[in-house]
Design a protein around this ligand. Structure first.
Ligand code: GLC
Length: 430
């Protein structure tokens, strides 16, 4: 089996970590299969794919298209709607997109994949439009289609072909079914993580302090961090508002770990803006910024408490699972797919969405209660081992690809049978 994966960006965020997990696990479970990747932009993802032993081609997205909102911008409609979207006749973006599509079609024809898998909204649309009819397309859904009305319309149209969608949580699957109707078959495969990589490897707090440009914290300081890309909805402001409610007499220090890794316009918070808020709230000296980490496992392992604070329903929330896998105590927002990942008060502390008071209280409880931290850490680790070990992915995905391949062959055989029968009928009539 030959599978071609399309990914619009070259940076490594959550969706790209999932792509690497699928490649690594399916690649070792089915060593005879040929897996290869096409990226819309160069970046560390290319090296990571190649390091796994897979080929990675670049088909650079035109700049305008690369910068169009893909992950939820400040404006509700985002650039897809303001710019008249992909298909807008006569617009430069549409011309560039048409040219891009024909290059993508050529590339796909040359590669002759049996199946194409796409990661990210742009890739879903481009993949569905560029793939030959006979080649099935699998959309790996990391986002709520319903929250992007314009993208959803494009996807509904491109689902004029039959599409197989795999959602990262039941919540995302339910949304996809509502949005796409019966045009797509939708199933859920929960993401998983490499438990060897995401494991507690010993106290690393001094490294984290240095990475944040802070003096070493006093022994016994509890390190609490939000680990997220700088997307506007990841809750950086909420985290700061929660910290402002926690007494500065408590032995704790806070960290914002991550950076603006996606390039779409208007979709990211700015570090300056966060620093200004830190000053306004009088939090200077209590919080440090640690930029995007190529090795998030190290940063997560260096924390005592991992915070998830998204202000919109989180499709999945990898960092929750990564925190549990590292045996850290996790505080997470109980909304969207994130709520499917933990049991409140057992494997993590859950908080209602957009509620700085509750988030502050949950963090405070963990700072003052070492037993609670230990209990959640152990239970979270056990749950990560049971539910989110990435070895599970190998069989789930391989079987999915095999069954789609079988459906496709059955359909082709059916079509051939019908054609033969029609020819037979013609002959007997003649
Ligand atoms: C996207 C989602 C996030 C998820 C990740 C991996 O970034 O926003 O919730 O964890 O993809 O599926």
């Amino acid at each position: 089996m030959k599978i071609l994966f399309l990914n619009p960006v070259g940076t490594i965020g959550g969706a790209e970590m999932c792509l690497l997990d699928v490649l690594a696990t399916v690649g070792s479970a089915r060593p005879n299969w040929q897996l290869s990747v096409v990226l819309g932009d160069d970046g560390p993802l290319r090296e990571a794919v190649e390091a796994l032993g897979f080929s990675c081609a670049l088909l650079l997205l035109p700049r305008g298209l690369a910068r169009m909102g893909d992950s939820g911008s400040r404006e509700t409609g985002s650039r897809w709607s303001r710019g008249g979207v992909l298909a807008a006749r006569g617009s430069v973006a549409a011309l560039a997109t048409a040219a891009y599509l024909s290059r993508l079609r050529r590339l796909i024809r040359a590669e002759t994949p049996d199946l194409i898998q796409t990661n990210g909204m742009k890739a879903h649309v481009l993949g569905a439009w560029a793939a030959p009819r006979a080649v099935p397309v699998v959309w790996h859904l990391h986002d709520y289609l319903g929250s992007r009305p314009v993208m959803a319309r494009l996807l509904r149209n491109s689902a004029g072909r039959r599409v197989n969608a795999v959602a990262v949580s039941q919540s995302v699957a339910a949304d996809a079914l509502r949005t796409l109707g019966d045009r797509a078959s939708v199933q859920t495969i929960y993401n998983a993580v490499d438990l060897e990589r995401f494991a507690f490897k010993g106290e690393d707090g001094a490294w984290l302090d240095a990475a944040a440009g802070m003096p070493p914290a006093a022994p016994g300081t509890i390190r609490v961090g939000l680990v997220a890309t700088f997307a506007v909805w990841k809750g950086h402001h909420l985290f700061l508002d929660a910290i402002a409610r926690i007494s500065d007499k408590l032995p704790c220090r806070f960290y914002i770990i991550g950076g603006p890794i996606y390039r779409s316009r208007g979709s990211q918070v700015e570090r300056d803006e966060l620093e200004e808020r830190v000053n306004v709230l009088g939090l200077g000296g209590r919080i440090g910024f640690v930029g995007h980490q190529a090795d998030p496992a190290r940063a997560i392992g260096a924390l005592d408490v991992v915070v998830h604070a998204s202000t919109r329903p989180e499709p999945f929330g990898r960092v929750i699972v990564e925190g549990m896998a590292c045996g850290r105590a996790v505080v997470a927002i109980q909304d969207g797919g994130a709520a499917e990942l933990f049991v409140n008060e057992v494997t993590a502390l859950g908080c209602p969405p957009r509620d700085a008071e509750s988030l502050g209280q949950a963090i405070r409880r963990l700072v003052v209660d070492p037993d609670l931290r230990r209990r959640l850490g152990l239970a979270g680790l056990e749950s990560a081992r049971q539910r989110f070990d990435r070895h599970r992915l190998a069989e789930q995905w391989s079987r999915l690809y095999e069954s789609i391949g079988m459906d496709q062959r059955a359909e082709a055989a059916n079509a051939l049978g019908q054609a033969n029968q029609a020819r037979g009928n013609e002959r007997s009539e003649a």
